[in-house]
Design a protein around this ligand. Structure first.
Ligand SMILES: Nc1ncnc2c1ncn2[C@@H]1O[C@H](COP(=O)(O)OP(=O)(O)OP(=O)(O)O)[C@@H](O)[C@H]1O
Length: 279
């Protein structure tokens, strides 16, 4: 059986003449219902890969192959890509506020993807309330009449997820969805993504700089450094036996509750330098 998403030799360049290559031939698969975490430091190219899958950024040139449900997306028409975006592949980003319209009621924003597809507005609103309730927004029917500014950051991310999931996508691309949230709320949102993935058989590409946050969520982890995937493994194997020095550095810089508070947190670069000095 072929994977839901098959990415092969993905190369992404900045389109202007002499523009740099940002992603240098990345390959990975995601099966239906599977959760893959793409992990790496800031600037390693994670978001560029995410945007390239459905060609969200017109300033970037994408080559290689991205097959989604056996359709080739690289070189697909703008119309075909629009059909895939939102309906089949939904995306959520770090800052839920920028994804929401401040002057539109929550119910209407969550209902929008259904209304665009011709579902009558009343019915779409009712389904929006159901989805908000499912994603843990308390008193969803009443809260759906509010505006985004009346919601906390964590609740806003739930609203964004409701809008992303209401159309029944098969793949959710979540790009640092918890980075802007309080630690306690981060865990709730991670749990929610995992729960929805299991219940809806939803594949997830979860992007984060924090290798510590993916243990309970991901089945597999792909580690990115400088526009390359340097290691890709099942999550438990990667934690138990990281092979690439960069992965070891990433793991060692995950803060641990039992760590010696006197010890300064080392960066990945510190760990790589330490490894090099040990030969
Ligand atoms: N449209 C663009 N034009 C030029 N450079 C870009 C463009 N998009 C991204 N870059 C550059 O590509 C590199 C990788 O960026 P990317 O956002 O993919 O990294 P990241 O791993 O997701 O990090 P972060 O978590 O900080 O977003 C960065 O140096 C960034 O400045």
């Amino acid at each position: 059986m072929s994977a839901l998403l098959e990415v092969r030799d993905l190369v992404v360049r900045v389109r202007r003449s002499g523009g740099p290559e940002l992603v240098h031939g990345v390959s990975f698969d995601i099966a239906a219902g599977e959760r893959l975490a793409l992990v790496g430091e800031s600037g390693s190219g994670k978001s560029t890969v995410a945007k390239a899958l459905v060609q969200l950024d017109p300033t970037l040139e994408v080559t290689g192959s991205v097959r989604f449900d056996d359709d080739e997306l690289v070189g697909a028409s703008a119309r075909a890509l629009r059909r895939v975006r939102g309906a089949q592949v939904a995306m959520i980003f770090q800052d839920p506020m920028t994804a929401l319209n401040p002057v539109q009621r929550i119910a209407d924003q969550v209902a929008e993807p259904l209304v665009i597809r011709g579902v009558p507005r009343r019915e779409a609103r009712a389904r929006a309330v159901e989805m908000l309730d499912r994603l843990g927004v308390p008193r969803a029917a009443e809260r759906a009449r509010a505006y985004p500014s009346e919601f906390s950051g964590g609740m806003r991310q739930r609203v964004v997820m409701a809008a992303a999931l209401i159309g029944g996508p098969r793949l959710l691309v979540a790009d640092e969805p918890t980075t802007a949230l309080d630690v306690r709320v981060q865990e709730q949102v991670l749990d929610l993504i995992e729960e929805q993935s299991r219940e809806l058989d939803l594949a997830v590409l979860f992007i984060t700089h924090d290798l510590g946050s993916v243990a309970g969520l991901a089945d597999r982890v792909a580690v990115m450094q400088g526009g390359h995937v340097v290691e890709e493994r099942a999550v438990d194997d990667l934690y138990a036996d990281p092979r690439h020095p960069y992965t070891r550095g990433l793991l060692a810089s995950v803060p641990r509750i039992d760590a010696d508070p006197e010890r300064r947190l080392l960066t990945v670069a510190d760990h790589l330098a330490l490894e090099a000095s040990r030969g």
